[in-house]
Design a protein around this ligand. Sequence first.
Ligand SMILES: Nc1nc2c(c(=O)[nH]1)N[C@H]1C(S)=C(S)[C@@H](COP(=O)(O)OP(=O)(O)OC[C@H]3O[C@@H](n4cnc5c(=O)[nH]c(N)nc54)[C@H](O)[C@@H]3O)O[C@H]1N2
Ligand SMILES: Nc1nc2c(c(=O)[nH]1)N[C@H]1C(S)=C(S)[C@@H](COP(=O)(O)OP(=O)(O)OC[C@H]3O[C@@H](n4cnc5c(=O)[nH]c(N)nc54)[C@H](O)[C@@H]3O)O[C@H]1N2
Ligand code: SF4
Ligand SMILES: [Mo]
Length: 741
Amino acid sequence: MKRREFIKISSIGLGGIALASSLYKWAPSDIFGQFLNDEVDEDTERIPTYCEICFWKCAGWIHKTADGRIKKITGNVDDPNCNGRLCPRGTGGVGMYYDEDRLTKPLIRTSDRGKDTFREASWDEALDYIAKRMREIADKYGPECTALFTHGSGGKYFGHLLNAFGSDNIGAPSYAQCRGPREVAFFTTFGSTIGSPEPTDIRDTKCLVLIGSHLGENMHNSQVQEMSDAIDHGASIITVDPRFSIAASKSKYWLPIKPATDIALLLSWIHVIIMEELYDKDYVAKRCHGFEELKQHVKDFTPEWAYGITTLEPQLIRDAAYEMAAAAPAVIVHPGRHVTWYGDDTQRMRAVAILNALLGSWGRRGGFFNPEIKHLPKYPAPPYPKPGKSWRDAFPGKFPLADSVLANGLCDATIPAPDRDCSFRTWIVNGTNLIETLPNRANTLKAIEELDLLVVIDTMPMEITGYADVVLPECTYIERYDEIREATQREGTLALRMPAAEPAGDSKPAYWMARELAIRLGLGDFFPHEKIEDLLDWQLNQVGSSLEEMQKIGVKKFKREYDDLYMRDSDEVTFNTNTGKIELYSTELANNGFDPMPVYTPHPEPPAGFYRLNYGRAPMHTFTRTSNNPNLTDLMDENTVWVNPKVAASWGLENDQYVKLQNQDGIISDFAVKVRVTERIRHDSVYMVHGFGHSNTRLSRAHGRGASDSQLITNVMVDPIMGGTGMRGNFVTFITNFEEA
Ligand SMILES: Nc1nc2c(c(=O)[nH]1)N[C@H]1C(S)=C(S)[C@@H](COP(=O)(O)OP(=O)(O)OC[C@H]3O[C@@H](n4cnc5c(=O)[nH]c(N)nc54)[C@H](O)[C@@H]3O)O[C@H]1N2
Ligand SMILES: Nc1nc2c(c(=O)[nH]1)N[C@H]1C(S)=C(S)[C@@H](COP(=O)(O)OP(=O)(O)OC[C@H]3O[C@@H](n4cnc5c(=O)[nH]c(N)nc54)[C@H](O)[C@@H]3O)O[C@H]1N2
Ligand code: SF4
Ligand SMILES: [Mo]
């Protein structure tokens, strides 16, 4: 196979299982085994889909009985995102279809915002109303005063609509509340973002370092499978987590770090790797910029120095560094995913990127591979009008390296301020539960109060739908076509989602809604295909496939065009950075007035009697979107607050006792949450799974079950480099005497 002349590692451009009945027993079969069932039963037909329960988007099959019942969903063996196995949530996706609390009619608000009082409306009435209001508001304030918040498949079509309308203010919480800092950090270091799925070569790694990345609870499918296989093949895992996570239980080294001190640990690792000459000398000499500056920068950051900050024994820090170095370059210091923690997150992620560079893992087998993506062409449409202003105008000079729209920025810029040039008047919210998703709820509600129009597209009655002027019910992924999934993987892979059932009630797919709105706004030219099938077929034809073929196979793989999954030592590589090298010293950060190399700054400590609020994932749930799912509530129907035994003793707390939590700003959780006394959390923190404590009473299973971490996240530490919202600087205390709601 030929090789590209110039390799730029992926220049995407800046721009029913309780997780194994036993926690400590963990083989792939424990987690996925019972779901590896790709067979077609005699009485069923299989319809291709990809999962919408999270953004790994595993491709699978919906099995439907002759009488039209959706029996189960299984993985597609040809899909590298899942290898034929769905995670518990994907299997439980059927519950999303059967959930009797679903939205099935367009709704128009009848009293104050937030009171959740609606009347049913016809689609014509709802869409006519939205189009008329959008126009009126745009005539007064300009089309740019329309913002779209979106997370999920339909976003493509609503995004297209918004661009056609004259606004590019399209934000997703997966940037500034999630991956943003790592994308900017890796871009400034390697000239390439990470993207999703992450191109981590876990399959072939010898050492996987997880820094607050709780794979095994964070169930990103193929990654968890590869990690499990790697362990079976003798790879070592190093986990840095203040909590004894599932991953920690599988680790050779668990570093129970004091929260908020990771940069100190990373700097001391860099110190050891450099000072003890454990770095990849050839790789660094040939490919990296700024080694001498870095060496000088870290000279005092010894493990002894880090011990005083992180509480980790110097020998443990050294041993872990030796373990990485011994495995290099087949080592991955995992970039994580939800990395918006303390406001200095881009710099922490830079330290992660630098460590990978020193170990020579970028572009190497067992480190990071060069992903391939098969892009489908966009359908030719008229050029978009050029927006007169953007969300950026509301933040002059701020967040210079933000390469995507900040969802929190759209929210902030909705609240009028004397020094601000951009106040949004219309929000379209598709598939994101902003009330629970954005930190600082009071701010979100203040912004919502300012709006002239709030349209929410969702499948379920959620906290955000309660505030809508108009709610548009989307049918579930089981009942619709969507855009073709393009996955960044070792090979280019496309996957089809098509309907296996008629939409419930009056629910409709996003494509239909976006097109109908476009027509009403006089933008029909942008949606020339009445049927999405014709659009998908046209796109597939351009890459030698067709809708008909995809309907049969579900997943199509494309051989790599070039033999450049890994870099060869002899390859001359120009990285997409200012210097063309991997930048240990970031010229881009320096040019923008930021520290060119990561610096540790202490963060506030919990006041006496308070504990740091730590949160994360459970294997059987995704954010707030699954907490009412009948299948998944069977597995877990409320969250608990993890409390260290010493702390529990000092408060007289017992297992299974309900408490309310109060944060540093006096915010008290709406609902009580069950205490789980466990050694697995440090004494300075408590932990809970995000996604519970729903206040919408229309959620018959989820309402009032458990507590919402989001409600307690009022202190937000914003990353000055790219605007990410650090959410882990909140502290809570216990209220044991409270009135039942
Ligand atoms: N406190 C706190 N906040 C967080 C996080 C956290 O851990 N704690 N995590 C952050 C991270 S990493 C992320 S990525 C974001 C996630 O943020 P979101 O994507 O907003 O997460 P969800 O809470 O799942 O909200 C999804 C919404 O989409 C709806 N939905 C589900 N399927 C469909 C569909 O097919 N069509 C439509 N139209 N709607 C659908 C659901 O009913 C739900 O209302 O949250 C961020 N915010
Ligand atoms: N089952 C399931 N899987 C999911 C999701 C889901 O909703 N459900 N969501 C997906 C999405 S969008 C994302 S972004 C990912 C998020 O998953 P990850 O990126 O893996 O995780 P985080 O939420 O950042 O991290 C949670 C872990 O960080 C630890 N932690 C807390 N504070 C600190 C600290 O100061 N230092 C260190 N080193 N560790 C700390 C916590 O104890 C916890 O174990 O999960 C994805 N996978
Ligand atoms: S990881 Fe699980 S929930 Fe996410 S897409 Fe895959 S099967 Fe669905
Ligand atoms: Mo995320």
